[in-house]
Design a protein around this ligand. Structure first.
Ligand code: URA
Length: 260
């Protein structure tokens, strides 16, 4: 194992599974399936081990007999409606975000996820580095939501959200919270979090004694949903992709305290 690691450091070796998925051809799970199915040949030899080390500069890699070439990078912004799952397929046959994007000419994977009952901005891409930058909480990508609470929220409740909330899976980081308005029995908030744990916003609001009635993600970093119609998608411009990468610098992977 040490020898393999030493080799990997000396030369730009990567696992076969990683190289296929980085080429933008499919997720790592999909790549494993191809490799296991004997569809991938390296230097003339069928390789069935997804962890086989390859040098993408020197080794000849082919899938189904075709030389591996990187797919053009694609970045899609979808306005996901409620009622659509952020998965490829659903055993229960419910609609998924792929029913909305259709065929965009390349494999796409959602960047993080939105709950079935959340609507709003969902990024999809075949660029695994980009996806990692946005979805991995170490990089603290700010994700902004509009929400309607089931009750009026006091300043004290809102301050608790701002300070961070103790959830069953640990404390959240502090959130940016703006009271937009109180209307009848409801408070409307804009809330920005930098993690993206499972149902995080809903659980934070539950923890201060209310409930989310409606949740819409309106922005990730500088990218806003703007006037895109619900259920529609568009490609990000190059300038938008660059702006996201600048706004969300790669964070340290060493940190263990989620509040930092
Ligand atoms: N927080 C939630 O509770 N749900 C989402 O879909 C996203 C963030």
């Amino acid at each position: 194992m040490r020898e393999k690691q030493r080799l990997a450091e000396a030369r730009p070796l990567k696992t076969l599974e990683r190289v296929l998925s980085k080429a933008g051809l499919g997720s790592r799970t999909v790549a494993r399936g191809w490799i296991g199915g004997g569809r991938v040949v390296v230097n003339g030899k069928t390789i069935r081990n997804p962890d086989h080390w390859v040098d993408p500069q020197r080794d000849r890699i082919a899938v189904d007999g075709k030389a591996l070439r990187s797919a053009a990078k694609a970045y899609v912004l979808l306005y996901k409606p409620k009622g659509y799952l952020t998965t490829r397929r659903d055993p229960e046959g419910r609609p998924t975000v792929y029913d909305l994007t259709g065929d965009v000419g390349t494999w796409l994977s959602p960047v993080g996820r939105l709950d079935l009952d959340t609507s709003g901005l969902l990024l999809m891409t075949n660029d695994t580095d980009f996806a990692e930058r946005i979805a991995n909480p170490v990089h603290k990508a700010p994700k902004t939501y509009l929400l309607k609470a089931a009750t009026l929220l006091s300043d004290e409740q809102i301050d608790r959200l701002r300070r961070g909330i103790e959830l069953s899976d640990g404390p959240t980081r502090p959130a940016e919270v703006k009271r937009l308005r109180d209307s009848g029995k409801h408070t409307f908030l804009e809330m920005t979090i930098t993690e993206g744990r499972n149902r995080q916003v809903r659980r934070m609001i539950d923890a201060v004694g209310s409930k989310v009635l409606k949740l819409v993600r309106t922005a990730i970093g500088p990218i806003r949903i703007g006037d895109l119609q619900i259920g529609k998608w568009r490609r990000l411009t190059e300038a938008e992709v660059r702006a996201l990468m600048v706004a969300i610098p790669a964070g340290s992977r060493q940190r263990s305290d989620p509040r930092r």
